[in-house]
Design a protein around this ligand. Sequence first.
Ligand code: PLP
Length: 375
Amino acid sequence: MSIYLDNAATTKPCDEAVAAAVDAMTVNFGNPSSLHRAGLDAQLIVDKSRKIIADSLGTSPETIFFTSGATESNNLALRGAVAAYGKRRRKIVASAVEHASVEETLKALERNDFEVVRILPRQNGEYVADDFIAACDENTVLLTMMYINNETGAILPAGDVFNAVKRRFPEIITHSDCVQAYMKFPVRASALNADLISLSAHKIHGVKGSGALYVKKGIRVLPIMTGGRQEKGIRSGTESVPLIAAFGAAVMKLNPTINERFVRAGERKLYFEKLLSGIDGVVINSVNNSPYITNIAVMGKRSEIMLHFLESRGIYVSSGSACSKGKQSGVLEKFGISDKAADSALRISITSETTEGELDELVLALRDGIEKIRG
Ligand code: PLP
């Protein structure tokens, strides 16, 4: 039996999501664009999921556009918004700790002569709204700030920042990557004051390759793909009805229990941190963070070595610094975490169903690893 503690990377699809996807592959397999009954049935499935997701954000279905995942949502949000509004206003303000799908898109926009101002957390690793407000001006077209950081679980004050910035500069488009917050925190489009919100299905027990972009009514986003003009022309391509059905089913299941799951995850995190405090050489890397993510450093033991040691005990976690093909993102350092701690960082990401017994096993294995792995 394995212990899966890597839920920020992906989650197991819930039974409801799997059943909905299977139905849309075996029974209701039509193309939503087809004019016959099979097409209409598929369209009804897409509409149902759109309504469920819209309700969960406190918005209306016309504001939800389905994509292939949050990477596409982030690309569409940033590229689509600056294509619509960035002819004269050429400055973008962003947090310096965004996921690669935002950060790499920002780099591409810099190559297209946009100026990107990246805001670092303060020395204590926390973000302050004033730093964003100070960076925005009449030349700013877009402000992008994630809600929960995927590596540390840090909670960024996106709502405070967007509200404050919109008071001074109502024309600035606000975008939030809410992938690690959605269905864990109550994400409401109006409270967040976001014009654009990116979501991913596979982080919330849906299926990989599926996501959505919320686009506030009245806000324009130009398409980044051309084709059959599905999704009101914003996202061409035949809708992935099975994955969209699964996305809706997962949200329908999770949305009513956000608060109780949040409390339960918080209790598990406290329990875990208490256990960790008894181990010499283990440092908790994040403060003010999501109950679902804990980033630790096992000082002197390289992340990958410890990760594979834990794997040999049937326990799955991530190396704490998101890396692609061995290249670290550098986000931990931006939060003020030392290079040494970043080298030995592990990310443990739980669900509300994670048990104390599973965390006990992890801590036992960590203790064992500290003893057995040479520095
Ligand atoms: N944004 C954040 C914060 C994430 O954690 C991820 C997934 O790792 C993504 C975006 C990309 O999501 P997807 O896998 O749906 O493209």
